[in-house]
Ligand binder design. Structure first.
Ligand code: G6P
Length: 466
């Protein structure tokens, strides 16, 4: 069966690309290249003259079919409903949730347009796999056009409790469209349970464990925690450490013997970057003996800068880093380096390996692939320590990390200290357990499990053991 992947953002690979850490794009490309097929979605470009045509580009065994958005569509569908309503709501940030009826109409309009274009490209036995919150109603729109293929959905971000989802106007109408899928994959069991509760309490569905019945359709909802290419990333990190890429060499030279704590995130309020900087400041204040011995490198490529809440975060993170550096720094030591740009995966792998502590402290996160990349990149003979938020989906699997509550700056500060002081034997013990779990549930495992379940192969769904 040919595989058709649909996601909001489609990046056609080119030789000079720089790829950000984590996220949807990296994981999906790896999955599709292994089996070939079609990848459909937004080109990332804006053009006028509606409706924009679909352009097709062949790349290896993958066909990329992309369409532009109009500026009005980008505003309402992408910036508005997806990223000012659904994103904050699903990350439990009610105070940041901005609902506009016109944005919701734009969101439905783009999903309808995508469905129209896609319906003309799919073949009768294609298996369709739709990704993420931008495209929730896409299967319902395809069904209205008579598409009977198996259609799956994977939700990369948290799915909140029904009480939270219920705050969104039209939430019952939106959630109801989930019943058009054959299989809905979530990052964690909690997310899966939350969706089932929402379908039952807000839409009147009936559920029998993981199966939900709404009208004539039956949908299976279950957890498939996403993974990374662990072996590939491990090799990249080892090679990067041997060859010392330019940024890594420069980091080594400028740090000398100092220890390094690293954070790598899109500049997004869900990632807890400002709270993390404050916690690092608290650690240095509480433990003055550590001053001058350790620096925090926060890599934070800008994201969604047209959304006001992201522009606020950009300013706020500069202010906090500037204040802490001014208060705590010395003429020959800068406690915090915030670098707002993207690095190649190879450079990132090298940074992770050089860092004694990986600080992954989102306030809420679907999975968080940086936590997995940090572990994959470590030197098994002298590994660093992962400090991980209990509100990242990854914490459900990675219990040998130092698990913290990112809302408690004191707890994060103490975890940094514990991590820096941890004896090698304990670091190795924790690392080995963490590596084993991320290797057993890597990107291949994730794709295989999901596609087996979507294809409806007998017993496949039951074979899943997380
Ligand atoms: C998260 C979302 C993805 C999204 C990515 C980058 O990982 O789950 O769907 O593509 O962020 O955000 P952007 O808005 O730039 O696509």
């Amino acid at each position: 069966m040919r595989l058709v992947i649909v996601s909001n953002r489609v990046t056609i690979p080119d030789r000079h690309e720089k790829v950000m850490a984590g996220g949807l794009a990296v994981a999906l490309r790896e999955a599709l290249e292994q089996r070939g097929g079609l990848w459909f979605g937004w080109s990332g470009a804006v053009s006028e003259g509606a409706p924009a045509p679909v352009r097709q580009v062949e790349h290896g065994n993958v066909t990329y079919a992309v369409t532009d958005l109009s500026e009005a569509e980008r505003q309402s569908y992408y910036l508005g409903f997806s990223n000012r309503a659904l994103w904050p709501l699903m990350h439990y940030r009610l105070g940041l949730t901005e609902f506009q009826r016109s944005d919701y109409m734009g969101y439905l309009g783009v999903n309808r347009r995508f469905a129209r274009a896609l319906a003309g490209l799919i073949k009768p036995d294609d298996m369709i796999w739709i990704h993420d919150y931008h495209l929730i109603p896409l299967a319902a729109e395809l069904r209205r056009r008579g598409v009977t293929n198996r259609i799956g959905y994977f939700h990369h971000i948290p799915w909140p409790a029904a009480e939270i989802m219920g705050v969104l106007p039209f939430s019952a109408t939106l959630i109801r469209t989930m019943a058009a899928y054959d299989l809905v994959g979530m990052q964690t069991e909690v997310d899966a349970r939350n969706l089932i509760d929402g379908l039952v309490s807000l839409c009147g569905a009936r559920s029998d464990g993981r199966r939900v019945r709404l009208g004539p359709r039956e949908t299976t909802v279950r957890a498939f925690p996403i993974g990374i290419d662990v072996e590939g990333f491990r090799r990249l990190a080892a090679a990067s450490a041997r060859q010392a890429t330019t940024p890594l060499r420069a980091t080594r030279e400028s740090l000398g013997q100092r220890k390094l704590v690293i954070g790598v995130d899109r500049l997004d309020y869900s990632k807890g970057i400002v709270q993390r900087l404050e916690a690092f400041g608290e650690f240095l204040r509480d433990h003055p003996e550590e001053r001058g011995r350790v620096s925090l490198l926060q890599i934070a490529p800008p994201s969604r800068s047209d959304v006001p809440e992201y522009a606020d975060l950009d300013r706020q993170s500069d202010e906090v880093a500037g204040r802490l550096n001014a208060q705590l720094g010395e003429f020959d030591w800068t406690p915090i380096r915030v670098v707002k740009k993207a690095y190649s995966r190879k450079a990132l792998a090298g940074f992770y390996r050089r860092a004694q502590v990986g600080l992954v402290t989102p306030m809420r996160d679907g999975m968080n692939l940086v936590a997995k990349e940090y572990i994959a990149a470590q030197d098994p003979a002298d590994p660093g320590v992962l400090v991980l938020s209990r509100f990242a989906g990854a914490a459900q699997q990675m219990s040998e990390a130092l698990i913290v509550n990112p809302f408690d700056s004191h707890e994060v500060a103490e975890a940094i200290r514990t991590a820096l002081a941890m004896p090698k034997t304990e670091r190795i013990r924790r690392f080995e357990k963490l590596y084993a779990i991320i290797a057993a549930t890597d990107i291949d495992w994730w794709t295989r499990q999901y596609l087996l379940a979507l294809s409806g192969e007998a017993g496949a769904a039951e074979a899943l053991a997380v």
